[in-house]
Design a protein around this ligand. Sequence first.
Ligand code: NAP
Length: 479
Amino acid sequence: MGPNVAIIGAGFGGLCMAIQLEKAGIRSYTIFEKGSDVGGTWRDNTYPGAGCDTHSHLYSFSFERYSSRTRRYAGQPEILHYLQGCADKYGLRSRIRLNTAVVSAAFDESLGKWRVRTSAGEELFDVVVSAIGQLNRPQLPDIPGISTFSGAAFHSARWDHSVDLAGKRVAVIGNGSSAAQLVPKVAEVAGHLDLFQRTPNWVIPKQGIDFSPRVRTAFRLVPFLQRAYREWVYRYAEHILYPALAGGWSTDLVRKYALGHLHEQVSDPVLRAKLTPSYPLGCKRVVIDSDFYPALTRPDVDVVTDRITRIVPGGVETVAGVREADAIVYATGFETSEFLSTIEVTGRGGRRLAEEWKDGAEAYLGIAVPHFPNLFLLYGPNTNLGHTSIVFMLECQVRYVMGCLPQLASRGPMEVRPEAMDTWRQNLDRDMEGMVWQAGCTSWYKNASGRVTGNWPGSATAYRRLTRTPRPEAFQFAR
Ligand code: NAP
């Protein structure tokens, strides 16, 4: 036995939490999943070309490699299959309640437990672990006239597979990582594609999606090589990519790499100028793709930079006139800055999480919030990364929560001290100053007031060190 744990979400984070509970012999947990299957973002994003631009060997649990080791970068079906396989292998399915959304969670001080309300009723838990992700609520743009469009229209994360885009005029609004992956695939079948770009993105190549047969054989015969490869990928990200985001030695190197990629792929100077960002590399999430630029050079693809004024029944109206469209794909990103506060969460003294976070979401280590005992967040505020795998961060967070469980079991509900939160905030603000995300650009890393609430400003290694073991002195306990 052990504490009774409610896990919200069955994506990478929720499954990782459940697996570690299982490994520790704690079976008193329930995963609440609002969707009809496990997989989180990899269940929801089924757009053509969907995949991960982080190396598979790092974008996977350290304790469970992809069974198919044939690809350097996994596609969405492969990742979803991997997560479904994890749920099966570790026997999690019987503990997962699918199609069950958590509506609210309230801490009952007299009982020292959480009242978790779902669409199916209310249950008591000792601990709540939120694993709802940062990129799970599609954001439609605030462009007037959206509802007047007469053709098919959908968000990239809610792809409508019943719509046949073959031969059609397709408008894609947005040019982030999702658009970069779907545009090349859609352009192959569409009659014409207009990509509406408001701000150009920095793009670096995603080379060698498949491993060569020789490498695959070597991986199969010498398992140690896979661990070494994972380690190499991790170090490359930490020592070359991370400094480029922190104003370090590689800033210029990575910028030149991206510019070289643009020059190599796009020969038309007018198009190249349109695609050249004017803000520092990394301020917005860098796009990692080798097919995006070539798709934009196709004769049947136009990059439209005229400002969109409204959507009309027949297409997209810009300041330069109407661009006709049969279908519109909104690759316009996600609502990212609210985190768990989209669920009604009430802590000690009736404090509402949404109210506590009205000036910006924040949590100690991105995991714990003062006045909310025994509530732990995975992929919470300031734990996103711009350079390496979020699965690594999730594993750090899960290990931390596992370290908290014996403490709260023996000393009662634990709650991070406001002083620890203040120190955390000060350090975060200090470290954030040197990061490129603060430069003049808009991005989903920031909330409405411009505060970076998404990202962790340190290296992944520094985060692992900070989260290695919970410090009891940072918490107050009921007993
Ligand atoms: P995104 O990066 O937030 O991009 C949204 C795009 O929509 C931007 O180009 C934005 O333009 C545009 N946009 C938003 N509102 C608009 C409006 N009113 N008018 C015109 N354009 C508008 O979203 P995303 O591409 O879905 O990617 C989100 C994140 O998901 C990524 O950054 C990444 O972390 C993750 N992702 C990862 C992978 C992977 O391979 N690992 C793949 C896909 C997504 P502005 O830039 O001007 O705001």
